[in-house]
Design a binder for this molecule. Sequence first.
Ligand SMILES: Cc1cc2nc3c(=O)[nH]c(=O)nc-3n(C[C@H](O)[C@H](O)[C@H](O)COP(=O)(O)O)c2cc1C
Length: 364
Amino acid sequence: MKNVFGNNVSITVFGESHGPAIGVVIDGLAPGLTVDTDYINKLLTLRRPSGAISTPRQEQDEFVIESGVFNGRTTGTPLCILIPNEDTRSKDYSATRNLLRPSHADYTAECKYHGYQDYRGGGHFSGRITAALVAAGGIVMPALNKKGIKIGTHIKRCAGISDIDFSDAINAEIESLYEKDFAVLDDAVKEKMTEAILTAKKDGNSVGGVLETAVTGLDSGLGEPMFDSVESVLSHALFSIPAIKGVEFGAGFAIADMTGKEANDEFCNNNGKICTVTNNAGGINGGITNGMPVIFRCAVRPTPTLGTQQNTVNIETGENTVLQSKGRHDPCIVHRARIVVDCVTALALCDILAGRYGTDWLGE
Ligand SMILES: Cc1cc2nc3c(=O)[nH]c(=O)nc-3n(C[C@H](O)[C@H](O)[C@H](O)COP(=O)(O)O)c2cc1C
């Protein structure tokens, strides 16, 4: 299946950046989940472009729930959310239609769809599509929270500037992140990061970063040992987010340079709960959760569309040429992608949880 993710709780994402609408269908949802449209709006606001560090495109994200909700609760039948597109400026893209944007999906889309793709604003490959993922996340996140599962993402690094790590007060920190439009734990680094984004923008350039996510409250024993390991399922979902170029769990790639003594997470009995003293494994052993917080990081690439000239090829004539993009774009994706990571994580976890406890469990 091409645009469907999940075995038990599945999501189908559809739409193009400059088409009439984008949206999502969630299937396999538990019946009886309370649907809070204000909460969905709140999450969409955290993804929406705002201020000089984001694209000037205005996206109101006035979504419509077309099916699957009755009297404010999920019915358990497919739930469809439609988000009409607004403020499209398609003419920005017609002049450069044949000029492939380096590192965007223009060339690969052309190869796959033989020129039939809607190229305007990146079409189906636009970051715009991720609004649908956030709306879907807004349906399931409150239900996960009620089950004691909390998910939060902070900007661990942006343009080479670092935030502090999650502390022992991780649940309070997760909650605080939902109140921040720029999700850093140390508010002092916000200004430095935003300055770096603005400098890149002024230079017609862009910057990337690393998002770090913590999931608390997951039972031990979730996941499968091999192909459906928790790492595999989460990575599959996370790599679906445009611009995510790396995912690592726990100590990540740094574990390769540790000794066994440094890397091993020793066990301890903490008031009757088996815990580990460190969490280099990121809460997962053998593909299965061990009850510690699941910690992972996503590398977000610098935005491919730039305000400066780039060498490229004209796909129609085959000539080497120079591209000066006219479309509006984000000088940095990191601060907008963090809520997308939260929501995609929530949806992937729903799939895992429904596999272990059954579809209805989330609504009980
Ligand atoms: C929230 C969000 C906003 C994005 N905004 C832009 C943008 O303004 N310009 C751009 O070129 N890419 C943007 N992207 C990234 C592209 O969609 C992505 O780089 C492209 O589809 C190629 O996919 P890849 O980077 O995963 O290979 C955005 C991604 C996200 C998640």
